[in-house]
Design a protein around this ligand. Structure first.
Ligand code: MG
Ligand code: MG
Length: 262
């Protein structure tokens, strides 16, 4: 059952999403060759608690960490290990926060030092596909319109769209109905309406879209070992239109580039 949010609830969700956005912005300066994912996780936990919020993932389904840090061929759900990041890596950092009873859930894939041009393109196209999906978050459209827009943009560039993992509704619980696949058909699925809040999160691969879970029970890797990217925003329908509750502004401010020029 979908729980539509009141304007008051949406403002609380914006505050929770902004905690995550600021956390990712803080981390943007720390993601560099030699950085230890384990250390980034501890830094993020402290930063979230300093803002009066709680880590959203820690303890959820037994999750051992504040961040999920997914490097190169890891699509999502990578655990913060002590192995340092290396020049040329890409690393998705997915973060959740709980503030005043509501969750934020938001992710960005960072470049570690200089990355190959083809890898950079994967990141750019994945982020674009997120915004293509967000554009469809309008009252009266269908869930399949969001899914289709993401898939069409990624596949137009020859990339794979992961099937096994999807976006989701979000609110006073981290994962609510509906599921939001990154693939689908236009005009199909639930009609979108005022107060819907979704975590939209394309997971896009350079090669095959097939993935496998590692024996740690968390890490999801591409089967062919090629890189994957992951971007996620929390988006509400307000006055019939998409209202992005999270923001990448803090990240781009830290990186010293405009989002449009990245
Ligand atoms: Mg997430
Ligand atoms: Mg999510």
């Amino acid at each position: 059952m979908i729980k539509y949010k009141t304007p008051e609830e949406i403002e609380k969700m914006r505050a929770a999403a902004q905690v995550v956005s600021r956390t990712l912005g803080m981390l943007a300066k720390e993601v560099k060759p030699g950085a230890i994912p384990w250390d980034l996780d501890k830094l993020a936990e402290e930063y979230i608690r300093d803002q009066g919020a709680e880590p959203g993932f820690l303890g959820l389904y037994g999750c051992p960490s504040t961040l999920l840090i997914s490097r190169n061929e890891t699509v999502v759900h990578g655990l913060p290990v002590k192995k340092p990041l290396e020049e040329g890596d890409i690393v998705s950092i997915d973060c959740g926060a709980l503030l005043d009873g509501y969750y934020g859930d938001h992710a960005f894939t960072f470049e570690v030092g200089e990355v190959a041009a083809e890898t950079k393109k994967l990141l750019r196209v994945t982020k674009e596909s997120l915004y293509k999906g967000i554009e469809q978050m309008q009252a009266g459209r269908r869930l399949g319109d969001v899914s289709y827009a993401i898939q069409a943009h990624a596949e137009a560039h020859g990339y794979g769209v992961v099937r096994e993992l999807v976006g989701h509704g979000i609110g006073s619980t981290m994962h609510e109905d509906p599921q939001v696949p990154n693939y689908g058909k236009q005009g199909r699925g639930k009609k979108l309406q005022e107060g819907l809040v979704l975590a939209i999160e394309p997971m896009i691969t350079m090669g095959t879209y097939r993935v496998k879970q590692l024996s740690d029970g968390w890490t999801i890797n591409t089967v062919d070992g090629k890189p994957a990217a992951h971007f996620e925003h929390d988006v509400a329908i307000v006055n019939g239109q998409p209202d992005i509750l999270s923001t990448y502004d803090y990240i781009f401010e830290a990186l010293g580039v405009k989002e449009s020029e990245w």
